[in-house]
Design a protein around this ligand. Structure first.
Ligand SMILES: C[S@@+](CC[C@H](N)C(=O)[O-])C[C@H]1O[C@@H](n2cnc3c(N)ncnc32)[C@H](O)[C@@H]1O
Length: 329
């Protein structure tokens, strides 16, 4: 357990959360307050679940001082809320919805719309709270110009390394006719509990992510028609949903950091479902983040775009959090 906290303390420090880093360092030296909570759970994400659970106590005002940064306050909250924390870390997995990833999803949607000249029906696999299903409701600043509603609550900026999103794509409009997502544990960000859950996994210090979450959640709240979030396993549910898709719109199935974790066999099942549907002639596109080559200057993740009956194409190399992209289409 000490090693898990030591490694996580380094990550917290490197990724901008000094408060969590100090507390995790102390837990690496003295794990006694956390042992009754985690038991023998020393999975890599155990510290993330623990800090998320403590942060939730702070946000819901059950333990408002637990993350003051003082070890005494933190350790006291672990003792006082031991049972509630034990239950929460055992049942609540890390749950985040990173809207900055829309910086690479959006141009892929624009490319799909430009190539097919059809309205879109979005179907996201693993949408969490569905905030990325609103990609067309945010404003973007790309090197070649802006895109999106001028009065959007959220403006996203991305560094473009190498390839830039072409001005021609940024001149395209998107018509989104339907927004749906399938998630094992969808989050309703319009409820207090759902919103606090998403906030609880944002580490103190990551202020920009918090601002983005607030603006995206407000966008969703104000939307006349909210995305439909279906609870279920997307590999199992997908074939039936694709079977009933329309012929007069492009169904875009997309995912960011949801399918990449699937075991090879399940990933192959998902691919077969898409291929079978793509072969029936009704419009279908697939946008997905995959592991890329090993070019160290460009990171390890690639965005793939497939529009049936064509092959999968490399759309961009991307940063996992959407902070930079290298457009390739
Ligand atoms: C790391 S989060 C990514 C959320 C969102 N796509 C984003 O980029 O911010 C992964 C999401 O996928 C969901 N998920 C993972 N496997 C799933 C499956 N087989 N079926 C449905 N949802 C799944 C999880 O519940 C979680 O909400």
């Amino acid at each position: 357990m000490r090693d898990v906290f030591r490694r996580q303390a380094e990550h917290f420090e490197a990724l901008g959360s000094p408060v969590y880093a100090r507390l995790a360092e102390r837990l690496a030296l003295d794990p006694s307050p956390v042992e009754p909570i985690l038991g023998d759970d020393d999975a890599w994400d155990a510290p993330l679940r623990l800090f998320g659970a403590v942060h939730y106590l702070v946000l819901s005002e059950a333990a408002p001082d637990a993350l003051s940064g003082r070890w005494e306050d933190f350790a006291a909250a672990l003792v006082a809320h031991q049972d509630a924390l034990r239950r929460r870390v055992a049942t609540q997995g890390v749950q985040t919805n990173e809207v900055q990833r829309c910086t690479f999803v959006l141009p892929a949607l624009l490319a799909a719309a430009a190539e097919t000249r059809l309205p879109l029906e979005l179907l996201e696999l693993g949408p969490s709270a569905g905030l990325n299903l609103l990609a067309d409701r945010y404003r973007y600043r790309y090197a070649n110009g802006p895109w999106g509603p001028e009065d959007a609550r959220l403006e996203l900026v991305v560094e473009e390394r190498g390839g830039r999103v072409p001005a021609g794509l940024l001149a395209e409009e998107l018509v989104v006719r339907r927004r749906r997502g399938i998630d094992l544990a969808p989050v309703d960000s319009t409820t207090r509990d759902g919103y606090l859950l998403l906030r609880s996994f944002l580490w103190p210090g990551l202020d920009q992510r918090l601002e983005r979450l607030e603006a995206a959640a407000a966008t969703l709240r104000e939307l006349p028609e909210r995305p439909e979030l279906i609870r279920g396993d997307f590999v199992r549910s997908l074939p039936a949903l694709l079977d009933e898709r329309p012929a007069d719109a492009l169904t875009v199935v997309f995912e960011t950091f949801s399918a990449i974790f699937l075991p090879a066999e399940t990933a192959a099942e998902l691919e077969r479902a898409l291929d079978t549907a793509g072969a029936d002639g009704r419009p279908l596109a697939w946008v997905s983040v995959v592991h890329g080559g090993d070019d160290p200057t460009h990171g390890d993740f690639e965005l793939e775009l497939r529009i049936w009956p064509g092959p999968a194409r490399l759309a961009a190399r991307v940063d996992p959090h959407g902070n930079w992209l290298d457009w390739r289409l």
